[in-house]
Ligand binder design. Sequence first.
Ligand code: FAD
Length: 433
Amino acid sequence: KVSLFWHRRDLRFQDNAGLTAALQGEYPVVPLFIFDPEILDKLDNRQDARVTFIYDEVQRLIEEAEAAGGTMLVRYGRPADVFGQLLKELDVAAVHTNHDYEPYAKTRDAAVTELLKNHHVPLHTYKDQVIFERDEVLTKSGQPYKIYGPYKRTWLDKLTEADYHAHTSANHLDKLARVQSGPRPTLADMGFERSSEEIPGRRLYARMLDDYADTRNLPARDSTSRLGLHLRFGTVSIRHLVQRAVEEKSEVWLSELIWRDFFMQLLWHFPFTATESYDPKLRDIQWRNNEDEFRAWCEGRTGYPLIDAGMRQLNATGFMHNRVRMATASFLCKNLLIDWRWGEAYFAEKLLDYEMSSNVGNWQWVAGTGADSQPWFRIFSPDSQLAKFDKQHAYVKQWVPEFGTGRYPKPLVDHPATRDRALAAYRASRDRS
Ligand code: FAD
């Protein structure tokens, strides 16, 4: 008999909550990764860098498992079908996996739970990708927090060393089982090609905590950790990062990690916010949704240098600085009056660190439609943002070399006029509600 450990967004053997529990159980453990066509088929870009990243990280796990004397299984198919097949191939005593909070993940896991139940195989699940999940941080009256400030205070009050203590999975890899691996899918088998996009490594440490608080708003400094992608796919452990932030008293950086937990619990409690504005009063905004203007925004041709620099950085590297994400998002939904969901979908396609909860949460924050948002009537001026955060135009020049020449386009829209237009559209939705 063996136990299966199903990796999803936790592509590491180190400090892995569910894997530790599996390895400490009665049976030898077979780690498993399933490439799910339900997720992959939604990606238009057949050279998606995230798929290459996952593929390479899974290869690394195969090697690590083999070095420890075990076998990592890799399959391609609908997870419920794959499990149906695996139960025929192996004598499975139990399946272990870590929680996943996205709406699709919940449906997928319910289908797998049902299948396993029919075969009398227990499924054990664990918290791994956040410090506090689901209902662990609630208001005094037992409600989910909708505002970040009080959520953060309760989160910090609750935090003890045990919450970020590393799990010992890496010490028990001798408990991995050796089984027949069967054929493993290649990128080509799944209809993908290798991407040549560069993936940021787990670079961080020395720089992340030094001057983060002072420089994190300056896109030209590029002083943030670039860990989003690694948190997304679990190639770093959140506990390890929180431990570092606490030990080095990097409160500002810790606050960012708490925003991540905050948005995860928000999406878990309010899954409809993935596709609908949280604020019922702002569900009837008459978006203009002009396709030409949307294209100009996507391609960085709006004539507003900070916006264009951000979009070009995103298109070229799969990353955009947080300050510029806020400015570009605001420009789309307020100045162009284009539905935040269009922008959210574009970011989802392009960001290497795309995370549904954080993307939706931040888009709704900027659009003013979210549970915790900036007030709907607050509208960034793209020029003031530039003057404040890229005064010397160092970031702009890096991404928009023609800025300041006759080749640079004139502003697509007028800021004061489109600002007033947005305010009127938001006000009208509130009046109608
Ligand atoms: P650092 O500044 O080093 O922060 C460390 C980590 O903290 C990040 O990797 C991330 O996991 C977390 N974090 C930081 N800021 C936020 C935040 N505002 N909300 C939630 N978590 C945060 N972040 C994503 O991870 N995925 C997304 O899809 C995403 N979409 C965004 C869309 C918009 C419109 C905006 C304004 C922000 C978005 N963010 C998203 C948040 C933030 O911009 C990125 O997390 C950050 O820029 C990633 O860079 P970093 O890893 O160097 O972050």
